[in-house]
Design a binder for this molecule. Sequence first.
Ligand code: FAD
Ligand code: SIN
Length: 552
Amino acid sequence: MTATVRPSHFQQRSDTVEDSDNSPNFVRISLMSLKTDFIVIGSGVAGLRASIELASTGARVSVLTKDKASESNTEYAQGGVAVVLSEDDNAELHEDDTLVAGAGLCDKRAVETLVTEGTGYIKQLIEWGTEFDREGGKLMMGQEAAHSRRRILHAHGDSTGAEFVRSLIARAGQEKAINLTPFANTEGLIVSDGRCVGVRFLDPILRAPREIYAKGVIMCTGGAGQLYLHTTNPPVATGDGMAMAYFAGAEMADMEFVQFHPTALSIENAPRFLLTEAMRGEGGQLKNKYGERFMPRYDERMELAPRDIVSRSIVAEMRRTGTRSVYLDMTAMDEEFLKHRFPKIYETCLAYGLNIAKDMLPVSPASHYCMGGIRTDLWGRSSVPGLYAAGEVTCTGVHGANRLASNSLLEGLVFGARAGKAAAEDSLKVRVSDVRSEASRLESINAEAGIATAVRKRIKRVMWERVGILRDRDSLKRALKEFTQIASGNLGTSSRNFVTLAQLVATAALWREESRGGHYRTDFPEQDEKWRVHSIQKLGEQIYGAGSISQN
Ligand code: FAD
Ligand code: SIN
């Protein structure tokens, strides 16, 4: 399928700070402020929520973010946020659904925290001005795969994330103690005597590396969908925070578990635009090139089976029929309903020459979410003192081997706030350090300006072909060999971070000799009880298995 128009649905990046900062309430870091109380890296749901929490304790907070304040995975979230708010629902049901999706690897206490505290945080968000869709004044609840109740709140139909970002930026903008610097690409953490004391970033105004020191750093840099050739994630989602934490000595957990979303719009040479699961929740059907509905042959839950099953079924069907995509069919639904329920998708598809009410929509799976990340306790503490983390960059144990749809906006709120609280409480007696690391400064000066495009492209292709939806020992070994070769080259910091992350995912995928959740090994297709452990990786150590994520 080739369309004549190929717009990118992601926001266009501007090269200057001045013409693209869309958050006038925020003050940028002045050239003098090399010290602050806390540094938050990233301005998605987790980073914004953590910053607001920290500011409420009277602390000064510096938010460093790579692009515009609004550019993040959060901005593009479509389906909505899962929350227990309707009369026929309760926290136990939400917990059970999350545990089932997580395929035996969720941390029960983390899930309990999410589902019980989540409702309060959503109510608070509504008080702060977030507008979820309503019908006759009542909140509307959508349905998504593997949820036993309709519990997905959404905003402007399919622009839930943008509404989160709008309202959180507005709320954070009211806090005078929060300074946000857009276009501040953070490259590394500064560790002194085993404690994280600051960060190195590229100053967007000076266009030079700088260091900033604080009592604590909260990593909220989101996921790493961009590790793969095909992804629903925007260009900022390169997993930098995971690599930075790893190099700082933090433990990384469950890196092999990557979620592939089954239905990304599949148009040649265009970035993969997500067609939300809520479309299947409203009755959308998956068809092959012959117009046959194929999901009943693969799973009795059909289009609403868990994402990993739908993604693998699509791959099988594409192979069987010799095609590069299958089709999402929404044509049984009324055009006015679809326009109203999915306005952004309706518009974007029209720009590609497709009317969602009349045309079959070509779709194929794309990398979407990282279940693994920085291992934290229930308060966002990593294994490195002074380093906290929240949101998609973490592995809290909430998602296990597979994330339940629409649980991550909720996770960002709950665990962002918790990480902010813990960082403030833990640091009452901590003084801001200003040790200078000559080594790290030299390394930064030598760093490349961005990820070298050719290296990145090669890694993304290898990840897609060998560490993707289906993996086996041979493909993973070949991928690792290639990554070792790339890593032996003369790389700048960003490329080194990127290839290291690829190595972490491939190493964990090779280590886990079973199939579970988002990790599928064709040579070990069964789930195996003896592998009901978390993979842990730490710089300088061999990968090993641990019984639980949280150690407190
Ligand atoms: P992000 O929102 O990704 O924010 C990360 C921030 O870190 C960004 O501001 C980024 O610029 C910054 N950053 C990254 N690297 C650096 C660096 N080196 N230096 C400085 N800053 C850096 N989840 C749901 O619950 N419901 C949904 O409906 C839903 N739909 C989705 C649709 C799409 C298309 C995508 C891609 C994801 C969707 N998700 C959804 C997942 C969800 O959006 C994310 O998991 C969640 O928003 C992550 O929030 P976060 O704050 O952890 O990270
Ligand atoms: C979607 O809307 O399909 C994405 C929801 C999610 O990833 O949680």
